[in-house]
Write a protein that binds this ligand. Structure first.
Ligand code: G
Ligand code: G
Ligand code: MN
Ligand code: NA
Length: 254
């Protein structure tokens, strides 16, 4: 409860900051975009990890204004980044189930994209399987509208939940992100490697682009390249970093 009270004021006090983790295209070894990841730096409690405060934000409903802030910040940064490097980078934003119930969410997204002059296809919204589990109709409707607008939809943390393959068929996903717990073991044990290989093949046959998360070594990268994975992100390339740092990082690679 103390955390919830603090979180209520965190937006106003400017304690929430977006970090960005770059994503790479394996074949060209170039940056294709980034994932926005929220950070909370509290003046006395220090850095509170999102795994701790996002669930609290969801339960309290604070995720709605926080999520709006995330969308606006991430898209403003994307616009600046695209102009600065003259590249059509993408921006991936994580969405909680509660946000898809917010009828203002899609209006905010549309208005912000128009404001900052970014094409709809440059935005990716990441959801986890948990969002789909209860099968509420408003979720289905929101996902259909997102897809109709040309905004990309990602299945995040694939492999950790129920991994119901029917979700991939039933909902308009564009991207599948393989959870880092599988990437961790691919060079160490055959079963993880086989699972990742099969997931990539299945994704491609469904027309999905594959992102491997949590790539930490050159060996993992080489193997993922051999397995035909499309995009990668992870500490091997970069941790999530502040906006200014990402601008410098990407400019140095041009
Ligand atoms: O950044 P990691 O470093 O610690 O993120 C941990 C978790 O918090 C991830 O599962 C991620 O999806 C979630 N998360 C990070 N930023 C956001 C955000 O802006 N919105 C939502 N809903 N979840 C986020
Ligand atoms: O949204 P999602 O659950 O995928 O959040 C990504 C999480 O993974 C964030 O907590 C981010 O900081 C973390 N992360 C990103 N790259 C790596 C990596 O290479 N190794 C590890 N251990 N964590 C990573
Ligand atoms: Mn994510
Ligand atoms: Na993930």
């Amino acid at each position: 409860l103390a955390i919830e009270a603090q979180l209520r004021g965190a937006l106003d006090r400017h304690e929430l900051e977006l970090y960005y983790q770059p994503q790479f295209e394996i074949r060209k070894n170039s940056i294709i975009g980034a994932e926005a990841l929220l950070r909370w730096n509290h003046p006395t409690l220090g850095n509170i990890p999102p795994d701790e405060f996002i669930p609290i934000a969801e339960h309290s409903g604070l995720i709605v204004p926080i999520g709006q802030y995330v969308i606006e910040q991430a898209l403003r940064f994307l616009s600046k980044w695209q102009l600065s490097d003259q590249k059509s980078y993408t921006m991936a934003v994580n969405l909680s189930p509660r946000q898809l119930r917010d009828t203002e969410l899609l209006n905010l997204i549309k208005n912000t994209l128009a404001d900052v002059n970014i094409s709809f296809g440059s935005l990716e919204l990441e959801i986890t399987e948990g969002v789909l589990m209860n099968g509420q109709s408003y979720i289905n409707e929101a996902l259909i509208e997102i897809n109709a607008l040309g905004i990309k939809l990602s299945m995040d943390d694939f492999g950790t939940g129920y991994s119901s393959l029917s979700y991939l068929r039933q909902y308009p996903f564009d991207i599948l992100k393989i959870d880092r717990s599988f990437i961790n073991g691919i060079t160490l044990n055959k079963s993880d490697c086989d699972l990742v290989k099969a997931t990539i093949a299945m994704s491609h046959s469904l027309g999905l682009t594959v992102v491997a998360e949590g790539v930490e070594t050159k060996e993992q990268l080489t193997l993922l390249s051999d397995l035909g994975c499309d995009f990668v992100q992870g500490y091997y390339f970069s941790k999530p970093i502040p906006a200014k740092q990402l601008l410098d990082f990407s400019a140095a690679l041009l």
